[in-house]
Design a protein. Structure first.
Length: 287
């Protein structure tokens, strides 16, 4: 069978395991050259952790950290307590609910220290660069006065969509970077169990690059998605249907017509994130 034109845009996630934790990472080179890299994984350990050995560091680009529980029945629960240091003052903040942490370019951050874990949880880092890079990090005296970085932590409140049909989200939260300089980014985090088409007016197209991330909620079996989906890529005579039933990332470069996205089978709840390189979500519906 001839290889499909858009096969390189639909990729199964590959996890690395260490001490019972699983992580997958992709750079811009893995994502068709778009200006984005990310890491996603399941964590359960205690103590200090993070990229670059968990030491204080910064990047010359913006980054967002997502902390989420994995319990579909309690989508706004988070079964851990994590301490995070921000700024050259090393201000300490506690993450104990689903949270997005916004890291502007050049802001020193880390270490991350997990203080308590009741159950495994999910962690995602989204970087506005296709390559991992470090900036010089000035570290000063520890903070003693009023904290100034609290606005960089946003607690997530996944909304019940009251879905009655179709495959779109049961619970969803949306973050956008319009209030943060240098954050040409918006993304969702959601839980899904529905069957059928996700949208009524597909196909559609965006004026920006986008990736669609599909992951399972079983921290002991990261290669299990719990569902089977199909997505259309391209239009007219060039339209292709791609089917997947494992954790997958779909890359939609700007201007590429894609969807409909259809959930064909669901055995277990799964999670989804649409990550778009735009401060706000812009879609042209073609259906």
């Amino acid at each position: 069978m001839a290889k499909k034109k858009y096969s390189h845009l639909v990729k199964q996630l590959k996890y690395q395991e260490a001490d019972g934790e699983y992580m997958t990472m992709m750079s811009g080179a893995d994502l068709d050259g778009i200006n984005l890299s990310f890491a996603w994984g399941y964590r359960r350990g205690l103590g200090q952790w993070g990229s670059d050995g968990g030491l204080t560091h910064s990047h010359p680009y913006g980054e967002c950290l997502l902390f989420t529980g994995l319990d579909y029945d309690n989508p706004n629960s988070f079964p851990a307590e994590i301490e995070l240091a921000l700024g050259k003052e090393r201000e300490k903040y506690i993450v104990d609910s689903p949270t997005v942490v916004v890291l502007p370019p050049g802001l020193p951050h880390c270490p991350l220290v997990t203080k308590r874990v009741d159950k495994p949880y999910g962690f995602m880092a989204i970087s506005l660069s296709g390559e991992h890079d470090l900036a010089e990090s000035a570290v000063g005296d520890p903070a003693t006065g009023e904290k100034k970085y609290g606005n960089l932590l946003k607690k997530l409140d996944l909304r019940d969509t009251k879905r009655t049909k179709g495959g779109n989200a049961d619970f969803i939260e949306w973050w956008n970077g319009k209030d943060f300089e240098g954050f040409n980014l918006n993304f969702t985090w959601a839980f899904h169990t529905g069957l059928g088409a996700w949208h009524e007016k597909d196909p559609h197209v965006h004026p920006n690059d986008e990736v669609l991330l599909f992951v399972g909620c079983d921290p002991d079996n990261p290669d299990y998605l719990g569902a089977e989906l199909e997505i259309g890529m391209g239009e007219g005579d060039n339209k292709e249907i791609h089917v997947f039933d494992t954790p997958t990332i779909v890359i939609a470069p700007k201007g590429l017509v894609h969807c409909p996205l259809i959930t064909r089978r669901v055995d277990k709840p799964y999670s989804f994130s649409a990550i778009s390189l735009n401060t706000e979500h812009e879609t042209t519906w073609l259906g």
